[in-house]
Design a protein around this ligand. Structure first.
Ligand SMILES: *[C@@H]1O[C@H](CO)[C@@H](O)[C@H](O)[C@H]1NC(C)=O
Ligand SMILES: *[C@@H]1O[C@H](CO)[C@@H](O)[C@H](O)[C@H]1NC(C)=O
Length: 343
């Protein structure tokens, strides 16, 4: 039953019951590739986005959610799958502005532990936000559902939203967080009133990083098109603590309940993958023209400095020669050190 609720939520009962995995311990993330070979691939997620190495692509269109505000269903299913809290989304939620006809499948969270600040998966210049939400979509134009789409390059598109702590509670997040108490234990599900999923997103949907990566949990399938929004969403500290402190990774009847904490994967190697940004980050790498100009400017500058030193030294020597009343006929134009053999 638990397996049926793996990462693609209730939409994926056909997922193979893969080997058990965890974030720490004998089945921890460094062992994932043993049972899930894709986890050892070269295009894995998450990554640390180094803003200096991001490439500006102003042609990237803004992400446009369609049907997010009115999901057209009275209730959503919220589940604890032992790894995260998953909210199953209806495919009537569409995403435009991406190469494909993407429909929503589910959203879920990654977080740290009470009293610790870091819990997000994607890093920005090494900074780990307190939590991260992923909204998973599949290409409904090409595939029947997310479990089929996940096997194909470009079959899934995930929106990543970094959660930071602010002064005020975020009302849209309460639609989910206030129900976590009903799914404390792995395998539990509850129906919650539907709400505008758009309200969970940051205001600026035109500011994002884009790269090709993978699912951040086993089976770690690659070919996921990632969109990480530049703007974080701010929730209150009390809301973050609800996320960090309510759930268990174990089922209700287990004698030793394990808190569901620190469910984030370490950053993966970029391996030459481009990371695009829809907006100027202010730290763009230099263009070829700029590099040529910099090299040219540096060479010209060095030459100028060399000539200045050369002529200052020459004049100094000339002065000294006069002061000492030593007359070198030729040295008024050329210093003694220049008098070596000539080619
Ligand atoms: C997904 O689609 C495939 C292919 O049509 C089908 O065999 C499978 O049962 C579907 N899975 C779910 C969870 O609906
Ligand atoms: C992602 O991969 C697809 C298919 O290989 C490619 O067309 C696309 O340009 C890649 N996108 C990015 C952002 O690298």
């Amino acid at each position: 039953m638990l397996r049926a609720l793996l990462l693609l939520g209730g939409l994926a009962p056909a997922l193979p019951a893969g080997p058990h995995w965890a974030y720490e311990g004998p089945h921890g993330q460094q062992h994932w590739p043993e049972g899930h070979p894709a986890c050892g691939g070269r295009a894995q997620s998450p990554i640390d986005i180094r803003r200096q190495r991001v490439q500006l692509d102003p042609s990237l269109p803004p992400v446009r959610p369609v049907g997010y505000q009115r999901p057209g269903t009275p209730a959503f299913t919220l589940a604890n799958n032992g790894h995260t809290a998953v909210l199953v989304l209806p495919p009537s939620l569409r995403l435009q502005g991406l190469p494909g006809g993407f429909a929503a499948a589910q959203l879920h969270f990654h977080w740290g532990r009470p009293g610790h600040t870091g819990g997000a998966e994607h890093l920005l210049d090494g900074h780990r936000a307190p939590a991260e939400m992923h909204v998973v979509h599949f290409d409904a134009a090409r595939y029947a559902n997310a479990s089929e789409a996940q096997h194909h390059a470009g079959g899934l598109a995930v929106l990543g939203i970094l959660l930071e702590v602010g002064a005020d509670p975020h009302p849209a997040y309460d639609n989910i967080l206030s129900h976590l108490g009903s799914i404390r234990y792995a395998g539990q599900t509850t129906a919650i009133p539907s709400f505008s999923v758009q309200d969970l997103l940051p205001p600026r949907l035109d500011l994002f990083y884009r790269y090709n990566g993978s699912l951040t949990t086993p089976p770690c399938f690659q070919g996921v098109l990632w969109t990480l929004f530049q703007q974080p969403v701010r929730i209150s500290l009390a809301q973050l603590e609800q996320l960090q402190g309510t759930l268990y990774a174990t089922e209700a009847d287990e004698p030793e309940p394990q808190p569901l904490v620190d469910n984030f994967r370490v950053p993966q190697e970029l391996n030459q993958r481009p990371v695009l940004s829809s907006f100027p980050t202010g730290t763009e790498g230099y263009s070829t023209g700029e590099i040529v100009a910099i090299i040219f400017g540096t060479v010209a500058g060095c030459l100028g400095l060399f000539l200045t030193i050369h002529f200052v030294a020459k004049r100094t020597r000339a002065r000294r020669a006069q002061d000492h009343d030593v007359v070198f006929k030729a040295s008024s134009r050329r210093g003694p050190s220049d008098a070596g053999p000539r080619p």
